[in-house]
Design a protein around this ligand. Structure first.
Ligand SMILES: Nc1ncnc2c1ncn2[C@@H]1O[C@H](COP(=O)(O)OP(=O)(O)OP(=O)(O)O)[C@@H](O)[C@H]1O
Ligand SMILES: [Mg+2]
Length: 451
């Protein structure tokens, strides 16, 4: 298919000569002698590019350009004029014209500019496509009620300036939620800077966050901008805040209260405008009780709390997530797309997923690699993901300080496992493990299991 060019000019001779030349160059050519006709043709024929005269009776070139950009923002327009002034050129480019050519027209120049504009358009299209793909890849998938509620909360909170505290178990998607909030905020075109609070040693935290001047300490061989400075205008994502030492918490609290700071070894006070999103997989209220997390910092950060639900509470999302991860894997590895049998999916749905979505993603990749046939069946699912293999998360049990606690931990995991095998049906689970329904109910409550 040859690109279609629409030539708009009130001079018949120009239309004729340009049509001839452009057809010879292999383009399909449409012509219009005024702005109205041009807009109608664009509507009907969707050309790939428009050559537009400025001075025309009726609506002039600039007005036509405005209308084109309003209705077809991605259509490339090249302005031609015999009366071109620099101001008109600037105005046309500001309004979105790709380029400006003056009459008398040099045929070579017209062809070069047209080809450049068409190449540019193709690059733009590719770019849009890739961006969309990246966004899709990093979007929160799932349609279970807990995920729908989460998406709703995000949609409400994201466009505001409010600080947000995201909590949830390991691998539930906290970082994904933080990225989505940033993307949906007014700060989307400014940076999102993440700080892994657990990974920065106490003595480096100030230099990491506030930056330092050259020579501020041994090893500071040049000036370094801190994370808060780099994030200016955008969002700072304080990840794993539950794992910070009390000393670091005090330092973070100070900057969050004041939003201004000096670089280490510097004297100038810098003021920044950042939105803070924090995340933790710990129950911070419990940490406060234990004295390992500062209450004032908690209240400072927790303006809007968002809790990401564990995967075991939204098993209906598993089929879709598994499909997405299989597709992502086959695209990344350029290998054939594998499918999972409904029985295999059922097995996955009955597991309790302590590592949540990340664990599911890892398993799906592992299955995509290890399964030889094109279809992943029930028999390909390894332990402990198969429901008949009761899973005892050894580490947690052996972490218990007393036999009593270990028993409790085991009881909880056993109940969780049996509940998921019975799709969270309490009566059925009670029957299957030989206890009264009311007894199981009490246990579920005392262990804080949410169904
Ligand atoms: N709803 C979802 N849809 C698609 N992918 C998801 C979803 N939730 C999580 N993921 C994917 O699962 C993985 C883990 O997510 P993420 O890193 O956001 O979790 P996290 O809660 O920050 O984990 P951790 O507690 O270990 O820091 C990522 O690869 C992420 O893209
Ligand atoms: Mg994370």
């Amino acid at each position: 298919m040859f690109p279609t060019i629409l030539v708009v000019d009130d001079e018949a001779t120009i239309l004729q000569s340009l049509s001839g030349i452009l057809s010879d160059e292999g383009f399909e050519v449409l012509t219009a002698s005024n702005g109205y006709e041009a807009l109608k043709l664009i509507d009907a024929e969707s050309p790939d590019l428009v050559l537009l005269d400025i001075w025309m009776p009726g609506i002039d070139g600039i007005e036509t350009l405005q209308e084109i950009k309003r209705t077809n923002p991605f259509l490339q327009v090249i302005i031609i004029s015999g009366h071109g002034t620099i101001e008109t050129a600037v105005k046309a480019t500001k309004l979105g014209a790709y380029d400006f050519i003056e009459k008398p027209l040099s045929i070579e120049k017209v062809v070069v500019v047209i080809n450049n504009a068409l190449n540019f358009r193709q690059l733009e299209e590719e770019n849009r496509f890739l961006r969309k793909k990246t966004l899709e890849k990093h979007s929160i998938s799932g349609s279970s009620p807990p995920i729908q509620a989460l998406k709703k909360q995000i949609a409400v909170a994201a466009p505001t300036e409010a600080w947000i505290l995201i909590t949830g178990e390991n691998g539930t998607g906290k970082e994904l939620v933080a990225r989505t909030i940033h993307q949906m905020s007014h700060r989307a075109d400014k940076p999102l800077i993440d700080v892994n609070c657990a990974a920065i040693p106490d003595e480096l935290i100030e230099s990491e966050l506030f930056g330092h001047e050259k020579g501020a300490f041994t090893g500071a061989t040049s000036r370094k901008r801190g994370k808060f400075e780099v994030a200016n205008g955008g969002t700072i994502f304080l990840d794993e805040i539950g794992d910070m030492s009390l000393k670091t918490q005090a330092k973070i609290l100070r900057i969050l209260q004041e939003q201004n700071f000096e670089r280490v070894g510097g004297t100038r006070t810098l003021t920044v405008d950042v939105r803070v999103i924090a995340a933790s997989n710990k129950d911070l209220e419990k940490e406060i009780e234990k004295g390992t997390f500062r209450e004032d910092l908690y209240y400072r950060l927790n303006v809007i709390p968002i809790e990401v639900p564990p995967l075991r509470n939204r098993t209906e999302d598993i089929p879709l997530l598994a499909e997405i991860f299989l597709k992502e894997f086959s695209e990344e590895e350029h290998c054939h797309l594998k499918a999972m049998t409904p029985q295999a999916i059922e097995q996955l749905k009955s597991y309790h997923w302590p590592g949540n979505v990340r664990e599911l993603k890892n398993l799906v990749e592992r299955l995509a690699i290890m399964t030889e046939s094109e279809t992943i069946g029930e028999d390909d699912i390894p332990p402990p993901y198969k429901s008949k293999d009761v899973t005892i998360p050894e580490a947690e049990i052996f972490d218990a300080d007393s036999l009593k606690e270990a028993k409790k931990e085991f009881e909880k995991m056993y109940i969780l496992q049996k509940l998921s095998e019975n799709r969270n049906n309490i009566s059925q689970t009670a029957e299957s493990i030989g206890v009264e329904r009311s007894h199981l109910h009490k246990k579920i409550k005392s262990f804080g299991i949410r169904l």
